[in-house]
Write a protein that binds this ligand. Structure first.
Ligand SMILES: [Zn+2]
Length: 444
């Protein structure tokens, strides 16, 4: 089994059914919806004030394949902890401990990995063992949350080792029904806004979160929480999400390809990403939809409205809704400043009433999806600032909100089996968690 598949399997194995239901009910009952740390030792560490997270001594690796040092190799040290503040240098910090400038240079230049120490940044931490007489015996430096460098003076000079830790991961569940907004619902479910944003991004290809959301829509998610030493560091990724939008139902499973790319796939392995985003302007509202006939607000004549109008303040960025090439950027009568992007052979998008174009936008320029290509304005015949947006398929105007968008890739054939196994495990977890959530709610 490849490494990523086994990671999810490992995570899921840690939640046997009975244990899960009980702990979830307990957790919900106490209002504490956090998984308990896995071991007594990490519990003890979690209760002390957040210490320097340098290994002391290094903890045994979670996985067999980790490059860590066994605890008994580390002799007893008389560590002094140093925090880097603005203006500090390694030389300055160590001089304060009685270490000579020469000795510091010798250390830093002894190994390539240690050159990093010459560029300390405020907030970083070091740990040093300085013997009587200012002799530096050992140094530890936390290069980042997960990586620590250790240097020890040995008989043949400095020996450097890298300690790498991995996060402890906990699977977490949330669900909510939307009354007013997606973000409110997310907050009620205990989700951070960035997690809700992740959710919106996953389904943003199929659901227009401005226009399509109805009261009663609901979602549920399985996501990871990342811990170090039993303390939560942050939320990780959404592993599975479901969205019920009216009578539509969407599912997405996070999948890491063997080449490292990450995508969200539906249950059949098809990417949920499309070649286009539905809404080319953020923080807007639809002020006029696509219609076969309507009264033109300025011309006072009835004619078809072949696009969608998004009301937004002047200067709001307009995003390219897909990868493509600019084929027109200039004035066009009542449309004012207009940008047209061609996407492949079949599709084109048009953006009108623009205040101005983004820097570097000109005919022939290649743009990528979500690039800012222009800014909302009221040029041409417009009653107020808005983006008029058109979507054409083979030259024919289509409703940008409803047109079937071309789909991006799918899981590679060689990974399909693993993906389906993963997806099934996640589906089972989702069902168990939903059940436990229901039990907990009914018993309140
Ligand atoms: Zn319009």
């Amino acid at each position: 089994m490849p490494e990523k598949a086994s990671h999810i399997a490992r995570l899921l194995r840690r939640f046997p059914r009975g244990h899960l239901a009980v702990s979830l009910v307990l957790a919900a009952a106490t209002g504490l919806f956090m998984a308990l740390p896995q071991s007594g030792s990490s519990l003890a560490e979690a209760s002390s004030p957040r210490p320097l997270t340098l290994p002391h001594p290094p903890e045994p690796a979670q996985d067999g394949n980790q490059n860590t040092v066994a605890a008994e190799q580390t002799p007893d040290r008389d560590w002094m902890e140093l925090e880097v503040t603005s203006g500090d240098t390694l030389v300055g910090l160590l001089n304060d401990q009685g270490v000579s400038t020469e000795a510091v240079h010798e250390l830093v230049s002894s190994q390539k990995q240690l050159t990093r120490l010459a560029d300390l940044r405020p907030g970083e931490r070091l740990r040093v063992d300085v013997a009587d007489g200012g002799r530096l015996e050992a140094l530890q430096y936390q290069a980042n949350e997960l990586k620590t460098l250790s240097a020890e003076r040995g008989p043949d000079g400095w020996q450097v080792q890298t300690h790498k830790r991995s996060y402890e991961r906990e699977l977490q569940y949330a669900e909510a029904t939307i009354n007013s907004s997606l973000f409110r619902a997310g907050q009620r479910a205990g989700m951070t806004n960035s997690l809700t944003m992740q959710l919106a991004n996953i389904f943003g290809w199929d659901i227009d979160f401005i226009l399509d959301i109805r009261s009663g829509d609901r979602f549920r998610v399985l996501y990871e929480e990342l811990y170090l030493d039993g303390e939560k560091v942050r939320n990780g990724d959404i592993l599975m999400a479901e969205f019920y939008n009216g009578d539509r139902h969407f599912q997405a499973f996070r999948h890491e390809m063997e080449d490292g790319r990450v995508d969200y796939l539906d249950a059949s392995g098809q990417s949920v990403r499309k070649e286009f985003i539905r809404t080319p302007v953020e923080f807007s509202r639809i002020s006029s939809g696509f219609s076969k006939s309507r009264e033109h607000p300025v011309l006072n004549r009835t004619r078809a409205h072949k696009g969608v109008d998004y009301a937004a303040p002047t200067g709001t960025p307009v995003k390219a809704s897909g990868d493509g090439k600019v084929v027109f950027a200039g004035r066009k009568g009542g449309y004012g400043n207009v940008l047209i992007i061609k996407h492949g052979q079949k599709y084109s998008t048009l953006y009108a009433h623009l205040n101005r174009f983004a820097r570097g936008i000109h005919v022939g320029r290649r743009v990528e999806q979500k690039d800012t290509v222009a800014y909302v304005g009221a040029s041409g015949l417009a009653t107020g600032p808005h983006l008029h947006y058109e979507f054409r398929v083979n030259g024919v105007h289509r409703n940008p909100l409803r047109v079937d968008l071309p789909e991006a890739g799918h899981v590679p054939e060689s990974e399909r089996r693993d993906f389906l196994v993963e997806a099934n495990q996640l589906k089972n977890q989702m069902a168990l968690r939903a059940e436990a959530f229901q039990v907990a709610r009914n018993s309140r």
